[in-house]
Design a protein around this ligand. Sequence first.
Ligand code: NAD
Length: 416
Amino acid sequence: MLEESHYYINKAAKILELTEKVKNLLITPKRVVKVEIVSEGDNGEILHHLGFRVQHDDSRGPMKGGLRYHPSVNEEEATALANLMTWKTSIVNIPYGGAKGGINCDPHNLSERELHDITRSFVTEIKEVIGPKIDIPAPDVNTNAKIMGWIMDEYSKYYGFSPGVVTGKPLHLFGSEGREEATGRGVLYALDITLNDKKTAWEGLTVAIQGFGNVGSFAARLMMEKGAKIVAVGDKDGGVENPDGLNIYDLIKWTKDHRTVKGFPGGNDMKSDLVLTWDCDVLIPAALGDVITKDNANDIQAKIIVEAANGPTTPEADEILNKKGVLIIPDILANSGGVTVSYFEWAQNIQQFRWELEKVNAELLKTIQRAYEDVKEIANKNNADMRTAAFILGIGRVAKATISRTYRVNPKFDIY
Ligand code: NAD
């Protein structure tokens, strides 16, 4: 994953004419923290885990990024994802840098009591390097609002009432209206703006979605409400299709009871991985990284791909799709709704003030619209695809801030 993000960074850095020294300075994380977490299991055995926090860049503000609980969490993955967070916050122009981290545990094999103790121990180990003005974690894979509430409470024991230390908290614990659905809603807005730009209507648009978790299910529901037909949906246990469009309200109810879309009576079962190459206008990968590869890119039928997941397209596949004329709205733009509303939550916490849902959604739309227009302008100017343009914008703004903070002379970039 790190190699892939470096590929895109190198492509943008070349167009920006960054020197090797500046490029290395931008890629290198500011701080890498690795801690040992020792706690007691329900059976009295010792539980032993490693926790990571990679703080990539803070030239544009405190660092921001999710915490992942998964056996595969390691320093390399966290570094790649922290890098992406820096460019993402820069593209949507919110006053943050990037970070990412997590614990190499499997929450499915832990009781809630064990998860609670592990989370609090992790906070104790990293408390000196996080904080509302330093680094603000958020939920990611297998972490949720409840865990964010524990983090806030543990940190506040040391530093006093600090709701701004973490975002994605429950509403009753200083969370924000609209945060839970923010990434899916951001994906909807990114597609809506793209369709407007291409003068294409929602009515009858066919959409296939890989992943029906937080992001995929909210995006599916909101798109159906716009008039699109969600013709195929897949998750890790199976897939379901209906050429007339799946009823997403019913599918959400079904997955609550059955934990998978498989067997949904409102459609026909299909192999989950066929979703990616399904006959549709728009494809939304909303599950894992590296799912669109050189092996399936040629078979993709969608004309637009909106990357809800982080890193779903490998560089080889990206080139094939660009050559085929498929429009890709890249992850660092398309899934930025979550971090944007996290920023709104943090701003509300600092002001000790609450925003209505309408205001949250209106500000989110404005933010994504502006980012889309900035990226499009750079794409047109440089004859580049949207991903390269997004990296140029993200890296360009960070480079400008870094150089301005380091040197007495003005940086030479004048377009960002
Ligand atoms: P989630 O855990 O709620 O849902 C993941 C979905 O993917 C589930 O439906 C799962 O069954 C499915 N899935 C897993 N393995 C699969 C496989 N092999 N084939 C098909 N489907 C599979 O996760 P989420 O929060 O919805 O996140 C989805 C993606 O979006 C991730 O890449 C995440 O990094 C990215 N993302 C999430 C947010 C957020 O706010 N939640 C923000 C930005 C990016």
